[in-house]
Design a protein around this ligand. Structure first.
Ligand SMILES: [Zn+2]
Length: 303
């Protein structure tokens, strides 16, 4: 599939929205569509439909392939989305049926991995071969690029750092105690602030906006930064990244998050060269940009 002059069909199946784009070789979006993501196996039909709609709009140019990125576990070889707790599917077959319907080669992968590959090749991680991409929103996940290669587990897992146990006495949605994401996800920051202050907030951005005037906001934010540094410190000691790229909703806090996190992470890693910490360059488009790269070359490391 080296027909680089053609278009790529790229789809990012998110928790609430399917983003779909036709992208040319230079990365320019030729056409785009969005749909709500249905729960369960109906998601496949919605993906198929939005792909069909885009392919019908294409200009007079060949489409070289499709990349579809989804949450949860993915068996890339078998072409099956194995499990998503949030979207409620198990063993959702995608590659064979979508390929037959669209008449294209189709590749699938995990969405966090997609964001990491996109940041590495086209975003905040350009110029380094060793980075960790950490989207922080309702949960916390990570994808690790080491020596230019995406690191995945034996069943296709990305790094589930949100469930590193870094505290005690805080129940996580996974059923265990003290997980990083129960303290430091954007959702947890908002929830903990409301619990401690009695004041309702709509999200972590409201807590960030109160940092200069509200001691409870400062405490909750400090707790989150310290917990993140503990989790990222473990990752740094294990794989030694040059760069940590923070994505997801919490990355919009900018230096109010990044600066204290940089300092706290350095304190955790005196025996290794400390990683710099920066914000995602691609924002919530990282997933679909990674899907376009997946369609073109299967994320084969650049030689
Ligand atoms: Zn957990």
């Amino acid at each position: 599939m080296n027909d680089d002059d053609g278009l790529a069909l790229a789809l990012d199946v998110g928790g609430t929205t399917i983003k779909a784009e036709l992208v040319d070789r230079a990365g320019t979006v030729v056409a785009s569509e969005q749909r709500p993501t249905p729960q369960g196996h109906r998601a496949r039909d919605a993906v198929a439909e939005v792909g069909r709609t885009l392919l019908a709009q294409r200009p007079d140019a060949p489409v070289v392939g499709a990349g579809v990125v989804v949450p949860g576990l993915v068996d890339r070889e078998a072409g099956i989305a194995t499990y998503s707790a949030n979207l409620g599917w198990r063993d959702l077959e995608l590659v064979r049926s979508l390929g037959a319907e669209w008449r294209l080669p189709v590749r699938i992968a995990n969405d966090v991995a997609s964001g990491g590959v996109a940041e590495h090749r086209l975003g905040a991680g350009v110029g380094t071969e060793d980075l960790v991409f950490v989207p922080i929103g309702t949960g916390i996940a990570a994808s690790i690029v080491s020596g230019g290669h995406l690191v995945t587990g034996h069943r296709g897992e990305t790094a589930e750092i949100g469930h590193l146990a870094v505290r005690t006495g805080v129940r996580c949605a996974c059923g265990r105690d003290g997980c990083l994401e129960a303290i430091a996800s954007a959702a947890a920051i908002a929830r903990r602030y409301t619990g401690l202050s009695g004041s309702h907030v709509t999200g972590a951005h409201d807590v960030a906006a109160r940092l200069s005037t509200d001691a409870v906001a400062r405490q909750v934010w400090h707790d989150a930064v310290e917990a993140l540094a503990d989790g990222l410190g473990i990752v740094s000691l294990l794989v030694g990244p040059a760069l940590v790229v923070i994505g997801g909703g919490l990355s919009r806090a900018g230096e109010g998050l990044l600066d204290p996190l940089r300092v706290a992470l350095r304190q955790r890693t005196p025996v290794v060269h400390p990683a710099d910490v920066t914000a995602s360059a691609l924002g919530d488009r990282g997933g679909v940009i990674g899907a376009a790269l997946l369609a073109r070359d299967g994320w084969a490391p650049e030689s």
